[in-house]
Design a protein around this ligand. Structure first.
Ligand SMILES: [Zn+2]
Length: 82
């Protein structure tokens, strides 16, 4: 599987919407691929931060914005691959 495919899994993994077999596959890849691991940590931090702010209701990140951030991160990630 290409790294690009794992990026989709990472998003689902963070949202806890991934099946156990795919979790195993993803975790194995993260233990071997530094690039995906960096992406995973960045993504997780972004999600955690936005959830914290959302809970405090001091700042709500609209879905459209978080989607844009996600695609922007993917774009940066892709550019760094080449
Ligand atoms: Zn990878």
């Amino acid at each position: 599987m290409k790294c690009e495919k794992y990026l989709e899994l990472i998003s689902l993994y963070i949202d806890r919407e991934l099946d156990q077999d795919l979790i195993d596959v993803l975790e194995e890849h993260l233990s071997l691929c530094q690039d995906c691991l960096v992406f995973f940590h960045t993504m997780k931090k972004t999600v955690t931060l936005s959830r914290t702010y959302y809970k405090k209701k001091c700042c709500r990140v609209p879905k459209a914005v978080s989607t844009k951030i996600f695609y922007h991160l993917r774009l940066i990630y892709k550019k760094e691959q080449f």
